[in-house]
Ligand binder design. Structure first.
Ligand code: F6P
Length: 537
């Protein structure tokens, strides 16, 4: 069967499936839960509350074979240039893979490169943590200002929020926005003598990062003098030669290769600040959790493959049923930036309308990914998810044991996440609402008005992901799970998940608008744009 025929068959099946309540499917599908849930690398994944029947589930999972996922995976793992539009390999998995056979297939150079980068980071991080590498005045570093944006920010920021000790020996402040306030807030109460500034940029051309870095460097120079600054500056980049113009000593520049995509770069030196502040072993544990997920993705059959279960659910919802959004709700304050991380991972990877050769794609691609931490989100936008006519599939993510929280708090949190999955699926009928109204003493007239407003139609799909505990290993596995999900979806959609041409237009126009704002004249624009420039000037 061709992929387009398989997608058409899935669409037909999905429309049939969507007519039956999800909860009813548990009654007539023997072992639905057993078929549609699994445990791997400290994660439990349950997709049985999706809208599909067993036939829809099988059809969605069957797509990967038809789309050639096996061959694509092989090409990725062995370092072929699957990012065709940029003619680059995609090898973030190599950063967490010590398998000698895989290393041999990719070539000794890559393995040596990965090892060299790791050794350099370890030596630097250990030296700082031991107080052997210190600032210009001899004081040890107590804070790192991590300056980066997009993939050079979201991953490490998420890692640190998730894994930072309650009282870290060295803390990290992240600065991404070029609005000036983020940097001002980050530095306001810091002593430059105890602060290390790390500029993180794959290209080392990103306007926001370079601007923030120069202002931060001036803050150091203003306090400690020009000569002292070098001891307080470091950089991470895949274009190390470009860093020399910024006064960063060569031995403080940590590299990675262009085969690590920006949004897949948290496994590289991009996480240097976390490696310093958290310790090198945290990084190794993160890599090992991700590697376990990599092996699972490579070897598990599709119907028991966690990334493919999530990818299949998304294809079913987005392509077959045209559901345009997906909510990601981590029930963990420490994972509060997960939705932001996934927005870049999924929307920058798969939010496209052409394939890697410029042909228009036949289907919709990435949904809008949004979300916030639970339970907070329940008190904000869940109303819409429960009662509007739109169906927004959810991913409910929680950690089942948290040493930071008293048992009572954990139980309350977890009862919420479980109850929400049930509520979205089961809903509340008119009959139940009427009974509730009568119990409140409403007469018939009032019941007729209020009861329909209390109805929750239910039949709203959700996926549950439970982490045993929030550790470097489970976090690594979780993030690798989403990376592979995104990759597999891209294969079925027929697009290149590893370029991002769409972000260029705004960057180019910002450069010309900046000229208009700072120069004497304004170039021709539409009236609305010209008016905004004039107001700013
Ligand atoms: O503008 C998008 C983007 O190119 C992302 O893909 C990337 O993660 C981010 O900018 C930052 O880029 P860099 O690491 O090169 O500064």
């Amino acid at each position: 069967m061709t992929l387009s025929a398989a997608l058409a068959a899935l669409t037909t099946q999905a429309h049939i499936d969507a007519k039956t309540p999800i909860v009813a499917k548990f009654e007539y599908e023997a072992d639905r839960l057993g078929q549609q849930s699994l445990s791997i690398a400290g994660l439990y994944v349950d997709v049985s509350k999706q809208s599909w029947s067993q036939a829809g589930f099988d059809a969605a999972l069957g797509l990967f074979d038809i789309a050639g996922l096996n061959a694509a995976r092989e090409k990725m793992w062995t370092g072929q240039a699957i990012n065709v539009s940029e003619d680059r390999a995609v090898l973030h998995v190599a950063l967490r893979d010590s398998d000698s056979e895989n290393q041999r297939l990719r070539g000794a150079e890559i393995a040596a490169d990965v090892k060299g980068a790791r050794d350099a980071m370890k030596a630097y991080a250990d030296g700082i943590r031991a107080g052997e590498i210190v600032g210009a005045t001899g004081k040890p570093f107590r804070t790192i200002i991590h300056i980066g944006i997009g993939g050079s920010d979201l991953g490490p920021r998420l890692l640190w929020q998730a894994l930072a000790p309650l009282k870290p020996q060295i803390d990290i402040r992240f600065v991404a926005n070029v609005d000036g306030s983020e940097l001002a807030l980050a530095t306001a109460d810091l002593d430059p003598a105890e602060t290390l500034v790390i500029a993180v940029s794959k290209t080392f051309t990103t306007q926001e990062t370079l601007t923030n870095f120069l202002v931060a460097r001036d803050w150091i120079i203003g306090a400690l003098g020009e000569d002292a600054a070098a001891k307080h500056l470091a950089a991470v980049s895949a274009a190390p030669a470009k860093t020399s113009a910024y006064g960063i000593p060569e031995d403080r520049v940590f590299g990675f290769r262009d085969w690590v995509g920006g949004r897949y770069s948290l496994w590289s030196a991009v996480s240097l600040s976390v490696i310093i502040a958290g310790g090198y072993d945290v990084y190794e544990r993160l890599l090992s959790g991700a590697h376990e997920m990599d092996q699972h993705f490579l070897t598990a059959p599709a119907v028991q493959n966690a990334p493919l279960l999530l990818a299949a659910a998304q294809i079913f919802n987005r392509i077959a049923l045209d559901r345009p959004a997906r909510a990601v709700i981590p029930y963990a304050h420490r994972l509060r930036r997960l939705a932001a991380f996934l927005q870049q991972l999924e929307m920058e990877s798969n939010g496209k309308r052409t394939d890697g050769y410029g042909n228009l794609l036949p289907t919709k691609t990435c949904p809008i990914v949004f979300g916030d931490e639970g339970t907070n989100a329940q008190h904000a936008f869940f109303q819409m998810l429960h009662q509007s006519a739109d169906i927004v599939p959810l991913e409910l993510i929680a950690v089942t044991s948290n040493p930071e929280a008293p048992l009572d708090m954990q139980q309350k949190l977890l009862s919420n996440v479980i109850a929400q999955g049930e509520a979205f699926m089961v809903g509340k009928s008119l009959e139940t609402s009427e009974v509730e109204c009568r119990a409140l003493g409403f007469d018939d007239a009032k019941t007729a008005i209020i009861a329909p407003q209390k109805v929750c139609p239910g039949n709203k799909p959700s996926t549950l992901v439970l982490l045993d505990a929030l550790t470097p290993e489970t976090l690594g596995a979780l993030l690798a799970l989403y990376e592979h999900k995104t990759f597999a979806e891209g294969i079925v959609m027929g697009l290149n998940s590893f370029d991002q041409w769409g972000v260029e237009l705004g960057k180019t126009l910002a450069t010309s608008v900046l000229k208009d704002i700072t120069g004497p004249d304004i170039a021709p624009h539409d009236p609305s744009t010209t008016a905004a420039i004039e107001i700013v000037k």
